[in-house]
Write a new protein. Structure first.
Length: 82
C-alpha cells in the first residue's frame, strides 16, 4: 500500500489505517525501530507478570493472602516423616 508522508507539526508522519492497526494488534503505544534501513512498528511487548510482585505485597499487607480453604489434614499426618 502506498501512503503519503505528511507534515505533522515539526515532524513528518504516515497515517496508518485503522484496519491495519487492528490486524497487527497495535493500540495506544507502539515500539518503533529502524533495522537495516527498514522502519519497524510493533506492538509493545510487556512482561505478562509485570507488577505481580507489587500486587502480592499489597494483598499480603491487606490480609488478602490468607488461605481460602482451611488446611486439610488426615489422621496420622503429623506422624509422617518426609
Amino acid at each position: 500500500m502506498e501512503v503519503s508522508i505528511r507534515k505533522m507539526g515539526n515532524s513528518q508522519g504516515v497515517l496508518i489505517p485503522k484496519p491495519i492497526l487492528a490486524q497487527v494488534g497495535l493500540e495506544g503505544t507502539a515500539d518503533l525501530q529502524v533495522r537495516d534501513g527498514v522502519i519497524e512498528i510493533r506492538a509493545v511487548r510487556r512482561n505478562p507478570r509485570e507488577g505481580w510482585a507489587d500486587d502480592a505485597r499489597r494483598l499480603a499487607a491487606q490480609g488478602g493472602d490468607v488461605l481460602v480453604w482451611p488446611e486439610v489434614a488426615n489422621e496420622g499426618d503429623s506422624e509422617l516423616v518426609w
